[in-house]
Unconditional design. Sequence first.
Length: 101
Amino acid sequence: MRFGFAVAFALAFSTNAQAHAMVQAAPQEPPGDVVVTGKIPDANKRVCKQTGATGSIIPKRECRTKGEWEELRQRSIAALERLKADQQSDRHTKAMLENRD
């Protein structure tokens, strides 16, 4: 009889502990919907452009923010300036080599 009482007590205690743990672990309600109003800064505004790839007649649509488009433009200008400077340097070197003879 004592064994049965001990088993019943242990089962009741563990069930109560599990129920207590589940009550503590219950998820809380998420907050209500959040609505943000205001104007998107120009640099973060998304702009899509159609570009044509060489060798293809199907235009490709490319979407970036205004800031990303501006950064791409600045990098392209810098690359073009480097190319021009390299060409001038090559012409100058070629002229010097021709005058050396």
